[in-house]
Design a protein around this ligand. Sequence first.
Ligand code: G4F
Length: 343
Amino acid sequence: MKTALITGITGQVGSFLAEFLLGKGYEVHGIVRRASMYNRSRIEHLRADPDIYGSRLFLHYADLQDATPLRRLLCRVEPDEIYHLAGQSHVGLSFQIPESTVHEVAVATLSILEICRDLPKTPRFYHAASSEIFGSPEEFPQTEKTPYRPDNPYGCSKAFATQMVRVYRNAYGLFAVSGIAYNHESNRRGENFVTKKIARSAAELAMGREEPLVLGNLDSERDWGFASEYVEAMWLMLQAEVPRDLVLATGQSCSVRAFAKAAFLAAGIQLRFEGGGEDEIGVDEKTGKVLLRVSRDFYRKVDTVRLVGDPEPAREAIGWSARTIGCEVAKEMVRAELSTLGH
Ligand code: G4F
C-alpha cells in the first residue's frame, strides 16, 4: 500500500484527490490547520466512514509556515508521494494580503522541498502551480515554455514556487513536478470564486431569489475544466518515469459572460446581456427582470484578460485530457446546485 500526504486536503481539489487516492488503495494523510472554526465539510463523508477514517485516512494538525513540526510529521509519516495543494488561492484577495500570500504559497513550498531533501526515503512531490504564472501572456495557447509574467501577488508566489520545484529537481535530483493547472471548478469550489458564485446564483434565482447576481469583469476569459478530472492528472504526473512540469488545461477558453449565460440556461433562464462596462446587465428574456449586474467592487486592480493552455504535452506525456469543458462545467455545476437546493 502506498502512502500519500496531501496539504490542502480540506479544499476543493484536496477532497477530490483524497477520494481518488483512497480509491486506488492508498493510505492517505492530510494536513489540516488548527483553527477555531472547523472547515472539513468537503471531507466529512470520508471522516464519517469508519472503514476509512483512522485506518486509511489520517488527519494531522500542522502549519506549513512552521517548518519544524512539519519536518517531524513528514519523518513520521514517510510518504511515498506528497501532493502540495495548500495555500491562499484567491487572486483578488492576494492584492489585499500580499505578504501572507507569499508566505503561504511561495515560502511554504520551499520549506517542504527543503524537508524532502533530507528525508531518508525521498518522496515524489507534486506542486499545484497555476496558469496565473503566465499573467498577461503574449502567446496562445500557453505551454510549459511560455515565459512567466504574473500580474498579481498570487501569480508571483506561484511563479517562485514553480521555479524552486525545477531548481530542486535539477540540483538535488528530487522527483518534484509542477502541474501548471488552469481553472478547475466544481460545486465544491469556494463561494468567492466566480464559477461557484454564478452557479449558486443561477440556481437560486431560478427558484425565486429576488436579489440579482453582482459580478466584476465579464470579458475576462478562462480555460475552465472540472476539478475531479484534474486530480487524476496530478497522480499520473507522479507515476511517470521522468519528472516534468506539465500544463493541465482543456485547450478552450470562454468568457465569464458566456459561462454565466450557460449557467442560467442550465437553470432554465435565457439571459440577454444589455449595455456595456459597468452598466452592463443580464436580463431574463421571458420576464424582463434584471438578474445580473456589474459592480466595480469585484474588479481587480489588474486582471488577466485571457488564459488558455495547450493540453497536448500532458496528453502525450501522461495520457490525460480534460473531458468536461467550459459551458459543460457551468451546466454540471448548476445541476449540482439545483439538487442541493432540493429542486
Ligand atoms: O474565479 P476567479 O476568482 O478565478 P481566477 O482568478 O482565474 O483564479 C483561479 O484559477 C487559477 C488558475 O487555475 C488558480 F490559480 C487560482 O487559485 C484560482 O483557483 O476569477 C476568474 C475571472 C477573473 O478574471 C475575475 O476578474 O472572473 C472574473 N470575475 C468577474 N466577476 C470574478 C467576479 N471573479 C470573482 N472571484 N468574483 C466575481 O464576482
